[in-house]
Design a binder for this molecule. Structure first.
Ligand code: CA
Length: 227
């Protein structure tokens, strides 16, 4: 059984999330204090964490950073502050996804399912279900036995996304990882490289989507069938 920790100090919200998640068959543990939550979650790991940003005791961002030192447990941050999203999903804090307040509990349950599915997709990525292989030395990608050459920018782009399945990168993060001097490139340059890379992947395997756009943020790698 999957255990979800609900770390939320507003009692009504916490109860509502609890109702919806238990109705979906999840086991839950609830915390309303950040410091206690961090201690308990380090001592007794759970399968998934819904983490409010503003909490008494230790705040959600510090909890996430601290847990990330030792754990890859999926974490969805709940925040009322849209301006924090880039930082929350960045490498420094390392949340897997975010939900903005106010939200519907139905949306939260859907996101939990998506992130859990993504985590299990990560496992199957390791088994290479589509025979997806990135050849760094040969600068090429192979899917189902068909190979396509990649430019060095495309290779770096695909490697960055592929090595962190499900993690959303914004254009700035991609630029600094791909170019030695990222000042010379614009957002549109990244978009056009992504577009070309997608065309190559689609030519190799038209049934599966590998690179996904995340509206308003950037891109992520996930092996997902179309349709
Ligand atoms: Ca709060």
């Amino acid at each position: 059984m999957t255990t979800v920790a609900i770390v939320e100090d507003e009692p009504k919200l916490s109860a509502l999330l609890n109702d919806y998640l238990t109705a979906e068959g999840y086991n839950t543990v609830r915390f309303d204090d950040g410091t206690i939550a961090l201690e308990q979650l380090q001592r007794s790991p759970v399968d998934f964490i819904l983490l409010d940003l503003m909490l008494p005791g230790t705040d959600g961002m510090s909890i996430c950073k601290e847990l990330r030192k030792t754990s890859t447990v999926p974490i969805i941050m709940i925040t009322a502050r849209v301006d924090e999203i880039d930082r929350l999903l960045g490498l420094e804090v390392g949340a897997d996804d975010y939900i903005c307040k106010p939200f519907s509990p139905r949306e939260v349950v859907a996101r939990v399912k998506t992130v859990l599915r993504r985590t299990s997709v990560t496992d199957s990525t390791a088994k290479q279900p589509n025979g997806f292989t990135l050849d760094e030395l040969g600068a090429s990608v192979t899917i189902n036995g068909n190979e396509s050459p990649l430019t060095s920018v495309e290779l770096n782009l695909l490697k960055t996304l592929h090595d962190n399945p499900g993690r959303i990168f914004n254009r700035n993060q991609l630029m600094t990882r791909i170019y030695a001097d990222s000042r010379i490139v614009s957002d549109r340059t990244i978009d056009s490289h992504v577009k070309k890379l997608r065309q190559k992947l689609e030519a190799l395997d038209s049934t599966t989507q590998y690179i996904h756009s995340v509206y308003g943020i950037g891109y992520k790698f996930e092996i997902e069938p179309y349709g």
